[in-house]
Design a protein around this ligand. Structure first.
Ligand code: NAG
Ligand code: NAG
Ligand code: NAG
Length: 346
């Protein structure tokens, strides 16, 4: 919203309108005294931002930005406490927080200096979620409970109409700058159907979360700027299986593999089997059984006495292959009487 407000101010000035559009904002309000992010409160997925506005301020607008940029990822409007817990963030990521003070009548100060921090990591078994942000209706001239239209600031619409995907202000500003406009992406397995222009949102952040056995193959958020995503919209893919070669070098013409089964899987397939000597990819058969949550499979149609680099992948119900497993080296048993020709892989 700060973008929209500053645009509104600039256009009033450039039109040379005599009336001051925000009489209470003259002289300019002082910025917040500081924004501080205490290391002691930092968690794997969040932190507490502390800030201090001058006494006369009625509250603060707090903005979460990514790393070293000023692009706003989330807004917390009219915060009356002097600190705010920001949560649901990505591990090991740098964020900054910027604060502006709100005075009577919705006048806003400049943003203060960014307070910067980073979240820290946890063991890999911890699951994290990055829920779509929600922000309360920005408070303007119309006061709490109402959204203030941009062109005509005496035009007030009920706050429940803000960002409801239907135009209520004559100038449509109640449907612009909507926060977190793309929560629907979260449970999809496939990317693609998320047009930011559809939301008529010039600058909103979208956060992506994959459920269950699925993991993102791209960035965890993207912004909608000028009807385009600033970063690639990710896909949720099945996570990689951790393949172990069993009975290594004991079975002629085939390699046995085992790994823990994943949920949400339709099938397991060979991602690649490469002859280590010739680097030639092989066409193989793959048969498996699942016993007590363990997949036991046999890669067949191989040559005897050879070493292969093997990688498998899980396939979801949409037929999309997940991340391939890491490569493992497996050997087929040498043909009888040719043991001396078999070169054990070092
Ligand atoms: C901000 O919230 C406080 C407490 O809810 C309220 O008293 C105040 O009027 C609000 N500020 C504005 C500008 O509406
Ligand atoms: C502004 O909005 C108010 C309330 O809807 C309306 O009465 C007034 O005519 C509008 N002013 C202009 C210039 O459109
Ligand atoms: C994309 O969205 C359109 C319109 O909402 C819908 O008809 C279509 O089935 C969607 N496609 C996919 C792949 O989800």
């Amino acid at each position: 919203m700060s973008l929209a407000i500053s645009i509104a101010v600039v256009s009033f000035l450039s039109l040379g309108l005599a009336e001051d559009p925000m009489p209470m904002c003259d002289p300019p309000m002082p910025p917040p005294m500081y924004t501080q992010v205490r290391w002691g409160d930092v968690k794997p997925t969040g932190f507490r931002a502390r800030f201090q506005c001058p006494e006369e301020a009625s509250g603060c607008n707090v903005f979460l930005c990514s790393g070293y940029s000023k692009d706003i990822m989330r807004s917390y409007m009219n915060v009356t406490e002097e600190s705010l817990m920001v949560d649901g963030l990505e591990l090991r990521t740098v964020y900054n927080v910027r604060v502006e003070c709100v005075y009577n009548g919705g006048c806003r100060s400049q943003m203060g200096l960014p307070g910067r921090t980073r979240t820290f990591g946890t063991p890999r078994t911890t699951t994290t979620t990055t829920p779509a942000p929600t922000a309360p209706t920005p408070v303007g001239k119309c006061g709490k409970g109402y959204f203030t239209c941009e062109t005509n600031e005496t035009e007030c619409v009920d706050e429940s109409f803000w960002c409801d995907k239907s135009k209520d202000c004559a100038d449509g500003t109640d449907e612009r700058n909507c926060p977190g406009a793309c929560t629907e992406i979260t449970s999809f397995h496939k990317a693609g159907n998320f047009s930011c222009s559809r939301w008529n949102s010039r600058k909103s952040a979208c956060f992506f979360q994959c459920n269950g056995e699925f993991v993102r193959d791209g960035p965890w958020y993207t912004m909608c700027v000028h009807d385009k995503w600033t970063r690639r919209v990710p896909t949720c893919r099945l996570r990689r299986v951790s393949v172990v070669i069993s009975n290594d070098g004991l079975i002629p013409n085939s390699i046995q593999v085992t790994f823990n089964a994943l949920n949400d899987v339709e099938d397991y397939v060979v991602n690649s089997v490469i002859d280590v000597d010739t680097k030639i990819p092989m066409v193989t058969t793959f048969n498996y059984e699942i016993n007590d949550g363990v997949v036991e499979g046999i890669i067949g149609d191989l040559a005897a006495g050879k070493t292969y680099e093997v990688s498998l992948a899980a396939v979801d119900a949409d037929g999309v292959e997940g991340f391939p497993s890491r490569s493992r080296y497996g050997r087929t048993a040498p043909m009888r009487g040719t043991d001396k020709d078999f070169d054990v892989e070092s």
